[in-house]
Design a protein around this ligand. Structure first.
Ligand code: AMP
Length: 422
């Protein structure tokens, strides 16, 4: 994923002008405070991929945190960074050590970064105490302690003693009620706020869900209906149009009596699919199901392929992309939208033979954005697609938090957001 910093910073400025249910001007961000003399304990998301030699292969998440860190340093504050990296199961593990990020972070910030080899205890306390204004300390992986993911209050309290101010800038983990992402906030009753990543994400999702300029089109794709049911149920109450593509489309097609060959299907969700269609109709929401598909005789880039009516896929063939008629219909709906949310590819875009539909939807979103629509791209694979086609700077906002974004849309709140707003 390569979310550009330009997106974050440009959106940071744009976002506050939107009209939403929540009054965003009341959202407490680092801009509302002067950090001179403070030791800001920032929960960042430095969960970056590392290669076998522990080199960072994608530093997007580290770059995303820089504006918040720099704002606090510029004010004359000191910064203590805490994060998780990977999913260590057995306590401290070399490959999950955050020490692998120090040099790169230091280069990006252009200041030395010190490191505490534990995030709590004497090592952390001594390092935090010694920290002076303008200095940066990175704590070792929070998940080396199992209390982090358990949301342990005592562990959160120990972390809280390291700083004088709590900043949450880790949207990617905001859907978890972990010690550092939510529980810790109670120890900072009047001295906590969001960083720029968090405030940008919250503002963008609110702009879509609560302040959408109509028509609002939600584009849903990806493999399975079961992963998207809750989000579809929410979107039916918000969107004017819902476009469906990817593997999940075939469950809808089969539910309506279509022949789908050996395409992906969830038999146990056929009724759910019909209910979604029924509810949408009752609420006046237009649901678009593909009318044609690119089908293949096996799941391979080199497979034989043909374009067929989506309801008449021959036996032994599987749908791996939307067809040209569907592309044209979807492009038209997107072109006439003022707000667009995209989650999930239209086909198996990882294979060049089946990427055309996903690319054409991405192009349609870029064109609509150029004409003034607001477009939010969220969820792992649509973000991967936008980046594959290098459209990251041509859409309004690319979310950094796949799971967190989807959960925010599904439930309207996140533990990490609520804890700071309390
Ligand atoms: P998700 O994580 O649910 O958004 O699903 C993304 C994955 O769905 C991608 O890896 C796609 O290759 C896959 N996908 C999209 N369309 C299809 C399809 N028609 N058949 C099988 N897999 C698909």
């Amino acid at each position: 994923m390569c979310l550009s910093l330009d997106i974050i910073s440009s959106f940071k400025h744009k976002s506050y002008f939107c009209t939403t249910k929540q009054n965003l001007s009341l959202m407490k961000t680092v801009d509302n405070y002067n950090f001179a003399g403070q030791k800001a304990l920032i929960r960042v998301d430095f969960n970056v991929p590392l290669d076998a030699q522990y080199n960072i292969t994608d530093d997007t998440r580290i770059r995303a945190a820089l504006p918040t860190i720099n704002k606090i340093l510029k004010d004359g504050g000191a910064v203590i960074l805490m994060s998780h990296l990977g999913r260590p199961k057995e306590g401290p593990t070399e490959k999950y050590s955050l020490k692998h990020t120090i040099n790169h972070l230091s280069k990006l910030l252009n200041v030395p970064v010190s490191f505490a080899s534990d995030c709590v205890g004497d090592v952390a306390t001594t390092a935090a105490k010694a920290l002076k204004s303008g200095e940066v300390l990175l704590l070792e992986n929070l998940r080396f302690h199992k209390q982090e993911e358990k949301g342990d209050v005592d562990f959160a309290k120990q972390l809280s003693t390291l700083g004088t101010f709590y900043v949450n800038d880790a949207f990617g983990t905001a859907h978890r009620a972990h010690a550092s992402t939510a529980v810790i906030a109670q120890f900072f009753p009047n001295n906590k706020c969001f960083g720029y990543v968090m405030s940008g994400e919250i503002a963008s999702v609110n702009k879509v869900l609560n302040g959408a300029v109509k028509p609002f089109t939600a584009i849903m794709g990806g493999a399975k209906v079961s992963d998207k049911i809750l989000i579809l149920e929410q979107l039916i109450n918000k969107a004017d149009n819902i476009i469906i593509g990817g593997g999940m489309a075939f469950t809808f097609v089969k539910a309506q009596g279509g022949q789908i060959g050996k395409s992906l299907v969830e038999e146990e969700k056929l009724e759910t699919a019909l209910n979604i269609l029924k509810t949408a109709k009752a609420k006046g929401v237009n649901i678009y199901i593909p009318v044609d598909a690119i089908v293949a005789d096996n799941f391979s880039n080199e497979a034989n392929k043909q374009t067929v009516d989506i309801k008449a896929i021959p036996d032994g063939w599987m749908g791996l992309d939307i067809g040209p008629k569907t592309e044209a219909i979807y492009a038209d709906v997107i072109a006439n939208s003022n707000t667009i949310l995209w989650n999930g590819p239209m086909g198996v875009f990882e294979m060049s033979s089946f990427e055309h539909g996903t690319k054409s939807v991405a192009e349609a979103i870029v064109a609509a954005t150029k004409k003034g629509a607001f477009s939010l791209i969220g969820g792992g694979d649509s973000v991967a697609a936008i980046n594959k086609y290098k459209f990251g700077n041509d859409v309004s906002y690319v979310s950094t938090g796949g799971g967190a974004l989807l959960e925010y849309i599904e439930s309207g709140s996140l533990p990490g957001v609520d804890a700071v707003e309390k």
